[in-house]
Structure formats: C-alpha cells, structure tokens
Design a protein. Structure first.
Length: 296
C-alpha cells in the first residue's frame, strides 16, 4: 500500500488557508515552484484537479472543497503532534529507564534517587540493577552507569569518577596461609573470581613493574557482594571495589594486602544512546547523577 503524501497534503492546506501559491510558499518557507509541484503531485495521485487557476484568481474545484477539510485536519493533527512532542520533551514528566551495577546501585544510586524523585515529582525512574553488561540501545535504557574501562562504541560516555579496587582477605586467612608480598605469590593462594570481568588481575607497582595473575579458587560469582561472606570466613583472597569492602575494612573483618601493588582504579562512566536529542526528564537525571556522583 502506498503511503499518503503528507507533505503535499500539508502544502495543499496551506495554499487553501493563504489563497495563494506565493503566500503559502512564504508561510511554509518553501519556493513557489516547490509548492506548485506538490499540488501537481497530489492532483496526479488523486486523479482530479484541486484548484481553478487563472492569472487573477485561485479557487477550489468542487472536488477540492471537501478534500480541503481533510487537508486542514491533517495539518492540524500534525501540528498538535509536534506541539505535544515538544511539550513532553521539555517537561520534567514521564519515565526514565536507568541501568546500574547491582551493589553500586543499592549503596550509591538508590539513596540519590530518593533525593531526585523528591525534587522532581513528575518523573518516574525505572531502575534496573544488574552486574551484567546491558545493551542500553536494544533494551531501551535512557541512561546506564558502568564501572569498567570502556571499549570504543557509538554510545555517548562521560567519566564521572574513579572507583578504587582493593585486594582483600580476612586476618584469619592470612594467619593460616601467610601474607603475600608480591603479586607473583598469589598463585599459591585461593583467589575468588568475579565472573563479569574477563581476564587476569593486573597490578602496577610504584617503580613501573607490571604483573598479571590468573584467578583460581573455590568460588566465582557474578556479584562482588556474594564473595564477601566466604572472604570473611577466611577462605580466600578477592579483588573488590571500595563500595563493597569499605565497611568490612573499617570493622577489621577484612584487610588490604599488596598495597604497594594496588590494582589500577576503574572509571565510573555514565552512558547514553548515540543521539544527542534527549527529553528534559532524561537530561535532569543525567545532570543530577553526574553532579552527585562526581562528588562521591
């Protein structure tokens, strides 16, 4: 089925409204020739003339009169749709879909959302928490927070802050198995793995040396929080971000090791789909999260 020539219908309505090809052309910002071609195109498609044309007068044909009413409605509906879209894009109302890592989302994002929602009662936030890497375009997310070194992509990315990782173990584990003083010694220990990060642990010393270590242990999980109970029980060593282990470090349940070989910090990034055009509600959340998480 052939789609209707909506541009020609809109131009037809404008010609009827302004009673002149020239005046209609000025009103819609087109050339008179373009307006004339659109009317000719529409007449050919409809199989009838829409206007009686003379050098002094332009009048609707009998067949054109009822069609002019349809054209006026088409133009009015299109204008109303654009105004509605503009109002929705500029208003702080509607839903924003946000993806964030599980543990970081609970400890750092959810408390901020309480503040954001109180300040923007017309905005709804659909928060999706997962440590899996989501496809924000395919899954329809407006914003995503990601803790990772990002590969090149078409997504728009903004680095917000640095997340420090720590190599940690329980004092009882170190008492039983010894405290490693060099990353090369980690191969003799039970290392818990985080399955969403592929590849070995990489360490960089103050004097410029680099060492990579492959993890091996009884436990691998796709959530860093899931490693903590086994760590506290003295069963192994893990590399985890500060927002997961800071409270356990403060209490003494866990301690850091190989501090001179601290794992490289990882960036917290805010990602959005490629288009720079975003509704005001999305911009409001991006600006808020960017400001508050930079202050973290």
């Amino acid at each position: 089925m052939r789609l209707p020539d909506l541009e020609a219908w809109a131009i037809f309505a404008s010609v009827v409204e302004h009673r002149s090809f020239s005046a209609a052309a000025d009103a819609v910002g087109l050339s008179k020739a373009t307006v004339s071609k659109a009317i000719t195109r529409l007449e050919a498609h409809l199989g009838q003339s829409l206007f009686h044309r003379t050098s002094r007068r332009l009048a609707l044909t009998e067949g054109g009169k009822p069609l002019a009413e349809h054209a006026a409605r088409i133009l009015a509906e299109a204008r109303a749709a654009e105004e509605s879209a503009h109002d929705a894009a500029s208003a702080h109302t509607g839903r924003v879909r946000l993806a964030a890592p599980m543990s970081f989302g609970i400890t750092n994002v959810a408390p901020l959302l309480a503040e954001f929602l109180a300040a923007h009662p017309g905005i709804e936030v659909d928060l999706h928490l997962s440590d899996a890497r989501v496809d924000i375009v395919a899954e329809g997310f407006d914003v995503a927070l990601r803790i990772a070194e990002l590969p090149d992509s078409s997504l728009r990315a903004r680095r917000l802050c640095t997340i420090q990782a720590h190599l940690v173990a329980a004092p009882r584990y170190l008492a039983a198995h010894g405290t490693p003083t060099h990353p090369a010694q980690l191969g003799e220990h039970k290392l818990f793995g985080y399955s969403n990060v592929v590849g070995p642990w990489r360490f960089h010393s103050p004097d410029g040396a680099d060492v990579s270590v492959r993890t091996q242990g009884q436990l691998t999980a796709n959530s860093g929080e899931a490693l903590v109970p086994s760590l506290i029980a003295g069963l192994g060593i893990a590399r985890l971000p500060d927002f997961i282990v800071s409270a356990h470090l403060a209490s003494g349940a866990l301690v850091t090791i190989l501090d001179d070989w601290a794992p490289a910090p990882i960036g917290l990034h805010l990602l959005t789909p490629p288009s720079p055009l975003r509704p005001a509600r999305v911009e409001a959340l991006i600006e808020f999260l960017g400001r508050r998480l930079r202050d973290r």
